[in-house]
Design a protein around this ligand. Sequence first.
Ligand code: HEM
Length: 396
Amino acid sequence: MAHAPNQDPAADILADPYAVYERLRGTAPVHRIAGTDGRPAWLVTRYEDVREALGNPLLSLDKSHALPGNYKGLALPPALDANLLNMDPPDHTRIRRLVVRAFTPRRVEQLRVPIRQTADRLLDALGPHGSTDLITAYAAPLPITVICDLLGVPDEHRRDFRSWTDVLVTPDPEKPQAVKEAAVAMLGFLTQLLADKRKEPADDLLSDLIAVREEGDRLTEDELMSLAFLILFAGYENTVQLIGNAVLALLQHPEQLAALRADPARLPAAVEEIARYEGPALLAIRRFPLEDVTIGDVTVPAGETVLLSLSAANRDPHRFPDADRFDLGRDASGHLALGHGIHYCLGAPLARLETEIALSALLERFPDLALATGPDDLRWRPSLRARGLLALPVTY
Ligand code: HEM
C-alpha cells in the first residue's frame, strides 16, 4: 500500500529535517515526495529498511534504469559521469577492485603529517584571539588541500583547482555558463595532469591509479578521469560539512566537549557519534529498482527514484536508543553516514583521519573556542541532500 501524505514533506525537511524524519518514520516505511530534482521519488527513513536497501542488488545506481522522464539529475560530461556511484556490478566490482589496490591504508596514513601541517597553518593564520567563520577559514580549505595532496595536484594549480571545484560542487542554478566553463576547465586540467603523471609518476594516488593492474586489467583514460573527479566530488564537500557539524555539535554540548578535551583518546569514537548524529550526507545516491521492489509494506515500481535517508536511519530510536541525544559515550557503530554494502565510502579512512586531526588541532589551539551566534541564527545549506552549515561564526 502506498502512503501519499497530503502535503509534500520535502519543504519541511529543508526547514527541520530531524523532526520531519521522526514523523515519517512513525507513519510509513516509504513516502512519496518531490525529490532533489523536484520529480517524484520514494523516501525510505527507517534504519532496517535503509540498511537493507543499501545492500539490495535490485536497487540500481545506473540511471539508465530510471523510467524515461522520471529522473533529471546532474548533467555532467560523459567522461566524468561514468563513475562508481553511477555503476552496478560487474563494472563497479571491476573498477572498485582496481581502486582499492591503489587507495591503500599506507596512502591514507601518509597524509597524516601533511593534514596536521595544513591544519596548523590555517590556525596560525587566525592569530591567538579573535572571531571568524570557521567554515571559510578552516573546514573548507583543509579538505581541498588534502585532496590536492592525495591526487598530486601541483602547488601552482591549486588556486584554479579550488575555484573550479567550488563552482562544480555547489553549482549556482542562476549561472549555468559558469558551471559549464568550470567543467570544461576541470576536464582539461585533469587530462593534462593525467598525461603528466603518466610521463613522470610521483608518489601520489593518481600515479598509483595509472599504474595499477590486476590480472591484465587496468583503468582506461575515461575511468581514471571520472575517478579523479569522483574523489573530488565525494570527498570534498562531505568532509567540509562533517568538520563544521562536528565543531557545532561539540560547542553546543559543553559537558561532552570538556570530557573529550580531558581524554583525547576518545576522539575516534567521538567522530563516529558525530557522523551518526549530524552526518553530512542526508541521502544516499538515488537508486532505481530493476523490478518492482517491496520496502516494508510498500511496493515501489521498477524505474522510479528511491531515496534512502541515511540521517533518518541514524536517528531511528529502534536502532539507537534516545537517538536524538548527542552522546559521545554511546556505541555509534553501525551508523550509515558513510553508506553500507558494495558502495560503502571508499574514502572512509581518510574522512575519519581528517576529521580527527581537524578537531584535535582546533581544540588544542583554542581552549576558549565558542559559538558567536545563537542556534536560531545558524544557517544550514538549503539542500535535501547535504547537511552542512553555510557559516560557523566562532570566537576564540
Ligand atoms: C565525511 C566525509 C564523507 C562522507 C560522509 C562520505 C559519504 C559517502 C557515502 C554515504 C557513500 C555511499 C553512497 C551510496 O551508497 O549511495 C560514499 C561513497 C564514496 N565515497 Fe565518501 N564520504 C566522505 C568522504 C570521502 C572522501 C574523503 C573520499 C575520497 C577521498 C570519498 C570517496 C568516496 C567514493 C569514491 C565513493 C563511491 C564508492 C563506490 O561507489 O564504490 N568519500 N561516501
